[in-house]
Design a protein around this ligand. Structure first.
Ligand code: RIB
Length: 319
């Protein structure tokens, strides 16, 4: 591993409203605070991987509009090794409307994916050398599935390790799951993938067993305040959550996935990488915004070292 991560995924313009509580249907409620900034699960995860120490090539697609110009300017100054940003003439740049509310800074998001879902076969082919040159390809489900599948096929052909963060959920075949080296659903996505209602570690273990039977060899199910379950056919571990003062949970899953990819690309084993990713995500929730809320490698290392009690714990394997 040379520490090279390729992230193919969405760019969205995020419009965030911080509320004392979520509005009810039909209600207009004054926001306490509002902001606009870069987001999209792909761009957020690419930023997280970069901040966690990887050399990153980001691949995405935006509209031929002002938000697309904003995206290009933002991405060009982020510090990626390279970006491949396609432009769609027919659909606008993706956007997301985000409410943040409550003591635990929970969020509700509506995404209009726009140009993110128009990536063509020819565009995927142009990215083939980039994907093959990376140690890890990290993808989500905020683009058209046809392009995601082709990117994964190209990664496999080039011997690149594939992480699929199945967010936001869309139906995927077992054939696709079997092509992925590491699958990282949250509890809701794990339920949607397996039909098992995931509410705690025991139910997460059952969902992971179903995912293994579907062909997913390594799975991390993130469980919000409970931490995460790491499950392979050989071991099941509880990855702890690090103590944090949540301000905005938007992008926490992206922080986890980007940092996980960065640490795996640098040679960490899966439990080490997952623990670092948990520490990294605990810092992200203490800041507002998505892509702009990613901490640095040094900050995450400090948090990791400040909590020696936070270690992966073995669980009895559930099959
Ligand atoms: O995961 C958070 C992201 O989801 C936001 O940035 C928003 O754009 C949506 O894609």
């Amino acid at each position: 591993m040379k520490g090279k991560v390729c992230v193919f995924g969405s760019f969205n313009l995020d419009i965030v409203a911080v509320m004392s509580r979520f509005p009810m249907p039909g209600e207009s409620l004054t926001a306490q605070h509002s902001m606009m900034g870069p987001g999209g699960k792909g761009a957020n995860q690419a930023t997280a991987a970069l901040r966690a120490g990887a050399r990153v090539h980001y691949i995405g697609k935006v509209g031929n509009d002002d938000f697309g110009t904003f995206a290009r300017r933002h991405l060009e100054k982020t510090g990626f090794d390279a970006i491949t940003l396609f432009t769609c003439k027919e659909k606008p740049t993706g956007n997301a409307l985000i409410y943040v509310a409550g003591n635990d800074a929970e969020n509700m998001i509506s995404v209009y994916p726009g140009a993110n879902t128009t990536v063509t076969a020819a565009e995927v082919t142009r990215c083939q050398p980039t994907v093959a040159a990376a140690d890890i390809l990290l993808v989500q489900l905020e683009n058209n599935l046809s392009a995601i599948q082709r990117m994964i096929d190209n990664a496999r052909a080039g011997g690149t390790f594939v992480i699929l963060n199945p967010a936001p959920w869309q139906r995927v075949s077992d054939t696709l799951l079997a092509k992925v080296d590491l699958l990282t659903p949250n509890s809701t996505e794990a339920m949607q993938l397996t039909g098992v209602s995931v509410t705690d570690f025991a139910s997460a273990q059952k969902a992971a067993a179903v995912l293994h039977r579907k062909g997913a060899r390594q799975v991390i199910i993130t469980l919000g305040m409970a931490g995460a379950l790491l499950s392979t056919e050989q071991q099941q571990l509880r990855i702890p959550l690090f103590p944090a003062q949540p301000l905005d949970t938007t992008g926490a899953g992206d922080a986890f996935n980007g940092a996980l990819a960065a640490r795996l690309a640098s040679g960490d084993d899966l439990p080490q990488a997952a623990l670092f990713a948990s520490a990294f995500a605990s810092l992200c929730v203490e800041r507002s915004g998505a892509a702009n809320s990613m901490p640095s490698y040094a900050e995450a290392l400090t948090r990791l070292q400040a909590h020696p009690e936070c270690v992966p714990e073995p669980l009895a394997v559930c099959v």
